[in-house]
Write a new protein. Structure first.
Length: 235
């Protein structure tokens, strides 16, 4: 089972056993397709399934999971329309987003910088429909919510004044309790941050639940976009 998160070097993946001891390993690669080989379930922190028009609060999954996260709600951004995501120029992206959203809204620079990764996964899944049954959208804060007894994690992951803020320590402790070696979680590989490693690790636990049939989708059942891709955040 594999949990994946975006990172400065491309993608960071944590692979664990399907059952029993986790036996985790960590990989970094530039190409997402490399990470789809040799595993039954993949849980990635990136939107899958894009709307033709964006409604209030996003596609649907976003508005369902935000109330679960307390002060961490802002970590869930609203996914704009497919036309906006496919635009490679920021001004054009904002123009298309305004035309295809209700109420009209532009796109933040932070969200825009994620779009190449969203496009990478979208094109891969549309080209190989068999992957749709193996690659699932997750959100780390929702995954930590479930790991924390369905309670929102009280501290943010990042605090500018702290090199390793309490929020990361809290999340790391949850993962250690779930079976991850603490030494592995304290040593992110070059090209990824400590938060990227923890997010990939908690996503891997969702991948294990997906295989076991115990993961929960928001919404249930998942929606579908115009290309038949599922639209749901799994936890």
């Amino acid at each position: 089972m594999r949990g994946i998160d975006g990172c400065p070097a491309g993608w960071i993946a944590v692979t664990i056993a399907a059952e029993g001891p986790l036996a985790p390993s960590v990989t970094i690669t530039r190409d997402f397709a490399d990470l789809t080989v040799g595993v039954e379930k993949i849980a990635v922190d990136m939107p899958i399934g894009l709307p033709d028009r964006a409604g209030p609060g996003g596609r649907g999954p976003e508005s369902l999971v935000r109330p679960l996260l307390g002060e961490r709600q802002s970590s869930v951004f609203s996914v704009p329309s497919r036309a906006a995501v496919e635009a490679e120029d920021y001004r054009e992206c904002c123009r298309l987003a305004l035309e295809t959203s209700d109420p009209p809204r532009k796109v933040s620079k932070q969200a825009f910088f994620l779009f190449p990764k969203i496009r990478e996964i979208d094109r891969l899944l549309r080209a190989d429909p068999a992957l749709v049954h193996r690659v699932h959208e997750v959100h780390p804060e929702v995954a930590f919510w479930r790991l924390n007894g369905e309670t929102a994690v009280p501290e943010p992951k990042k605090v500018k004044s702290r090199p390793y803020p309490p929020g990361l320590a809290f999340r790391r402790a949850l993962l250690v309790a779930a079976g991850f070696p603490e030494a592995l979680l304290l040593a992110p590989p070059r090209g990824a941050g400590p938060d990227d490693l923890l997010d990939a690790a908690v996503n891997a636990l969702v991948a294990r639940r997906l295989l076991a049939g115990t993961a929960r989708p928001f919404p249930d059942p998942p929606l579908r976009d115009a290309h038949g891709l599922p639209v749901a955040i799994w936890a």
